[in-house]
Design a protein around this ligand. Sequence first.
Ligand code: NAP
Length: 268
Amino acid sequence: MGLLDGKVALIFGVANKNSIAWGVTKAFADAGATICLNYGGEPLKRRVEPLAAEVNCSVLEECDVQKDDHLDNIFQQVQAKHGKLDILVHSVAFARREDLGGRFIDISREGFAQSMDISAYSLVAMAKRAEPLMTAGGSIMSMTYYAAEKVIPDYNAMAVCKAALEIMTKYLAADMGFKGIRVNAISAGPIKTLAAAGIPGFRDLLRHFDMVAPLRNSVTPEEVGQAALFLASDMAKMITGEIMHVDAGYNVLGMTAPREELKPKDEA
Ligand code: NAP
C-alpha cells in the first residue's frame, strides 16, 4: 500500500529529468498518487510528454502561469477527470538573465514584476483554483531557496521572489487551514537544473556547498521528492506554514570553517 494511494496530485514545473518537480513526481507516483502535470508551451510539450507517459500522467496541459485562462483550464481538466485535488506542487521560477547577477540595485521594474508574477504570485493564483477542488483537505507546497533568508551572490531578483514565496506560504497556511488545507515550502540546497544554470557562478556555489554543508553532499531532486512525499502524506498532517530545509544542513551555519579544517565526508 502506498502513502498516497487514492490521491490526485497536480505538479507544476517538470521541464526535464533534472527538474526538482520530476523528483517529486516520481516519488508521488511510486507512492500511488495519480499524477497531473503542466508544460510551459507547445515546444516544451515534446520534452515533457515522454516523462508524463512514464508516470501514467492523467492530465497533461499547457499552462503558462502568467495566463489566467491557462490556469483556469488545467484546474478545470483536473476537476473534469477526477472531481477533486489532494496535492498541489508549485516548482516554477523565472527571472531575466540581467536580473540575476550584477548589482542588486540595477534590477529593472519590468524584470522585477515579471519574476515576481511567475515565481511568487502564481502560488496564490494556483491556491485559489485548488481550494474548491480540495474538498477533503489537501497539501500545497512550493520550492524556495536560502537566498530568501541571507544574501547569496547573484540571486538578486530571485532572492526577493523566494522571500515573497516564504511569507506567502505562511499567509496561505493561515488562510486555508480551516478547510484542512496545509501549505508548506521546501527550501532545497542547490541542484544543477535548467533554472539554476541562469545563476552566474552556480558551479562555484555548488562546489562551496558540497565542501561546507554539514552532510558534505549535494542534494538531489529525488531527495527533495522524498521530503515532498512526507509533506504530502498524512504523516505531516499537523504541519503547515513551515519552511522545511532539505539542504544537507547548510542553513544552520553562521560561518564556514577555514578550508584546511574541513573534513571530507569519507574522512569523518
Ligand atoms: P527547472 O527544471 O528549470 O524548473 C523550473 C520550471 O519553471 C520549469 O519547468 C519552467 O518551465 C517553469 N516555468 C518558468 N516560467 C514559467 C511560466 N511562465 N509558466 C509555467 N512554468 C514556468 O529548475 P528547478 O531548479 O527544478 O526549479 C524548480 C523550483 O525549485 C524553482 O522554484 C526554483 O527556484 C526552486 N529551487 C531550485 C533550486 C536549485 O538549485 N535548482 C534550489 C532551491 C529551489 P519551462 O522550462 O517550460 O519554461
